[in-house]
Write a protein that binds this ligand. Structure first.
Ligand code: SF4
Ligand code: SF4
Length: 349
């Protein structure tokens, strides 16, 4: 095994090229609409000067962006620095209140996938700076600190996190296959946002067939708006019902932005480490992770949703917090059982 410092060096080297790639992609999304020359229709037609449509006032948009950046920073501090489950939970409740109910789930990086795609494909489509920032900020945060956006800033994730009651394990092979679905959904969403399937209307008008399917099928938007078509409210309720036993099903097996975050967080600079300075390997953290992201007693950077639950059960963390009780008793029981397995009791003793 390489030393922790040498691993850290390799990670840092692979991290910066990817961050630069992300910045280059962001710039191209923004510049695409200006660099493409408009079609020459001839005659005296003059093209309108492009403006970035901002649906809200500058101050309100500024507040949204500041809160997003602050939420990401606070999430990283609470989950990676303070290792606080209570902190992540409180942040999630605040995200549900502001980005969910108050902003009605509208300032959303998940849906922004479609705006970014369309702005790259069609120079006539103008994307707002706020939407661009909402799309890229959580990805940059994932390169730096893992999926802290999912840990407590995304209202869709936070609302699913609140209903987790008695998480059950999904068979590993099935889970592995299901985790490909977000990538399939991402490809479908990008295709429909950028190109679509052209159709003809009843009046004979040619329609591009472009659609924002992520928004059309957002299972929680109706919940945040306390209104919506019955079938969407029912799908949202079904996700929450299933989520009581199979934690965060939309995050794990559907969310297309989660697919992008899982790619970015593979190279994250800092990330959830259950036992950063000592090998405990008792396995209690793996049992406590509701999304099955701990493998071989280590949090998988791509799948870890930064919820901070594993710290709650880690004997090292419990001790650091000055705690005692059920977790330590469980650890003692396991240690005793393991010792019995190695040195079985003599018959009759
Ligand atoms: S996986 Fe998607 S829905 Fe879940 S918390 Fe992350 S961004 Fe939000
Ligand atoms: S490893 Fe699991 S329990 Fe720990 S922070 Fe990540 S998702 Fe939560």
């Amino acid at each position: 095994m390489g030393s922790p410092s040498s691993c850290g060096g390799a990670r840092t080297r692979s991290f910066w090229p990817l961050l630069l790639l992300l910045v280059a992609f962001a710039s191209s999304a923004l510049l695409a609409q200006y660099q493409k020359a408009p079609p020459d229709f001839g005659g005296s037609y003059s093209f309108p000067t492009p403006t970035h449509p901002e649906p809200r006032s500058g101050v309100a948009l500024g507040i949204d962006l500041v809160l997003l950046a602050a939420g990401l920073g606070l999430g990283a501090y609470l989950v990676l620095g303070r290792r606080s489950r209570a902190g992540a939970l409180a942040l999630g409740v605040a995200a549900i209140a502001y980005f969910g109910f108050y902003r009605k789930g509208c300032t959303c990086p998940i849906g922004a996938i479609q705006n970014v795609t369309l702005s790259l494909v069609d120079p006539r489509y103008l994307i707002s700076y706020t939407v661009l920032a909402f799309f890229f900020l959580p990805l940059v945060a994932a390169f730096l600190f893992g999926r802290v956006f999912c840990g407590g800033v995304c209202p869709l994730g936070a609302v699913q996190d609140l209903v987790v009651l008695k998480p059950k394990r999904v068979p590993e092979t099935l889970d592995r296959w299901l985790r490909w679905l977000p990538f399939v959904y991402l490809a479908v969403a990008v295709f429909f946002a950028g190109w679509g399937i052209p159709t003809v209307s009843a009046t004979g008008k040619a329609l591009s067939g472009r659609r924002f399917v992520i928004c059309e099928w957002d299972p929680f938007i109706g919940f945040f708006r306390v209104a919506g078509p019955f079938h969407m409210l029912a799908i949202g309720a079904a996700f929450l019902g299933v989520g009581a036993f199979y934690a965060r099903p939309y995050c794990r097996w559907f969310c297309p932005y989660g697919a992008l975050l899982s790619l970015a967080s593979r190279f994250s600079w800092k990330y959830v480490r259950v036992t950063p300075d000592k090998e405990l390997d008792c396995g209690l953290c793996a049992q406590s992770c509701p999304v099955g992201a701990i493998r071989a007693n280590r949090a998988d950077r791509a799948d870890c949703l930064a919820c901070a639950r594993c710290y709650e059960t880690c004997p090292r963390d419990v001790k650091l917090r000055g705690g005692d009780g059920p977790v330590e008793l469980e650890l003692h029981r396991r240690t005793a059982e393991a010792a019995d397995d190695v040195h079985p009791a003599e018959p009759g003793s």
